[in-house]
Design a protein around this ligand. Structure first.
Ligand SMILES: C[S@@+](CC[C@H](N)C(=O)[O-])C[C@H]1O[C@@H](n2cnc3c(N)ncnc32)[C@H](O)[C@@H]1O
Length: 208
């Protein structure tokens, strides 16, 4: 199966912290202050589920969270998290194959689109965008090489990462897809933008 992190699930968080320090975590945690109480939230590709505990620290109850993960191992780890009294729906599926029925106030896709081909990015963006309520927020966190400085090391870094995750997780992408045009074309408003790790990681909040 493509883009499946089963084989590396147990080591993923340690590896990510080893390579990126706290950057990947900070990029996601800093967005969580924008969650309002009693929100309906969709998380796609949440990995080991550490973010669920971070969300529960801010909102121990009242949230309704749908968590879609393609990796059974990642999902199993996520289910062991201490998530307070929030309501959960854990789904083992790729987001492409799962038929979403609800609409959401907030959608999180942390380091998801950088796994995808252009075609899959288009399909998933459209599917998720349709499910986000008007005025709802989309927390997008991904790598980027758009910044003017340090392009050479970012390109090299990406090449190594794509090679590694291509072998371990069968990641289909070997290039980053720029998601900006998708949000612009759908008239989203950028309400927050932060950069991490020498601007290699970008965390954006878009409002529909
Ligand atoms: C790069 S990891 C990021 C994990 C987590 N967001 C984090 O930052 O620690 C990408 C995650 O997305 C999941 N994933 C990849 N493709 C997916 C898809 N089509 N549908 C749902 N989950 C997917 C993988 O199994 C993996 O857990």
């Amino acid at each position: 199966m493509i883009n499946n992190y089963d084989k590396i699930a147990k080591h993923y968080d340690s590896l990510s912290r080893l390579v990126f320090g706290k950057s990947q975590v900070a990029a996601q945690v800093n967005q969580l202050n924008n969650i309002k109480e009693n929100s309906a939230i969709l998380i796609v590709g949440g990995g080991t589920g550490w973010i669920l505990e971070e969300i529960a620290k801010l909102h121990p109850s009242g949230l309704k969270i749908t968590y879609v993960e393609i990796s059974a191992q990642m999902l199993a780890l996520s289910k062991t998290r201490n998530c307070g009294k929030n309501e959960f729906l854990f789904i083992h599926s790729s987001i492409e194959d799962f038929s979403l029925e609800d609409h959401f106030d907030i959608i999180l896709t942390p380091f998801l689109f950088d796994n995808f081909s252009v075609e899959r990015c288009r399909i998933v963006f459209q599917k998720l965008s349709y499910r986000l309520n008007k005025g709802g927020l989309w927390f997008l966190v991904d790598f980027t090489i758009q910044a003017k400085s340090g392009k050479w090391w970012k390109k090299l870094f990406l090449k190594v990462m794509y090679k590694f995750f291509g072998l371990i997780s069968n990641v289909e992408a070997n290039n980053l897809v720029d998601m900006l045009p998708y949000f612009n074309d759908a008239n989203y408003k950028l309400i927050e933008e932060r950069s991490y790790y020498g601007q290699f990681i970008k965390a954006m909040i878009y409002q529909k």
